[in-house]
Write a new protein. Sequence first.
Length: 254
Amino acid sequence: MPKLIAANWKMNKTIKESISFIEEFKKITKNIGNAEIVVCPPFTLLHEIKKLLKNSDIKLGAQNMHFEDAGAYTGEISPLMLKEIGCEYVILGHSERREIFNEDDFLINKKTISALNHGLKPILCIGENLEQRKNAKTEEVIENQLRNCLKNIDKNQIAEITIAYEPVWAISRGDPNHRAATKEDAEEGHQFIRNIVAALYDENTAEKTRIIYGGSMKPENAKELLAMPNIDGGLVGNASLKAESFAEIVRAAK
Ligand code: 13P
């Protein structure tokens, strides 16, 4: 299974900026390894970027969606709209959605089911915050998030889901010097997640589930993180905003 390297641009870039990123990124990532690459820009850029990605292996993802197909939900975007525009992936349950916009596991579970029903591949984010980690609640938090968010999702569907372990304390929030989790701490989290997936489904399913790491992944640490046995890729925020630094991470995903 190739590693998955996904860019989460969060609320960054204008159309003009995104065009020059994609043009440069396409050039420098030609023939650089076999990672699966996904770009998840803000909604306003999806259409333009889809056009630019024609004849390229780079895939398109959104950062969020509503679970309904259509209706009176001011300001929301539906899975039908994402499919129509050409998204293959959708990030769900990001900690910024959970913390700033009060999304809970119940809602994220509904979104995950809806995405699967529409043929979108969820990148399901989980992870503990600093206080939970300090209080030795990491495993409890991760296990609860997984159990709740994967409720009523069967074994065949889990194959379409990528789990992103994003310890909230490791997320840069735009600070390029912010510290990532150590490779050992990240690996421990990933191993634990795989064990829970095995408990919820079975060993074979757990082996095949892609679990990617997010939280200050950058060119300086990507290689060592991605070399860990249970780290199957990365969800990259700040370091994905520049084509060269995102390409460097893709290169590290051998
Ligand atoms: P950073 O890479 O900026 O820490 O962001 C990680 C993240 O939140 C990706 O979803």
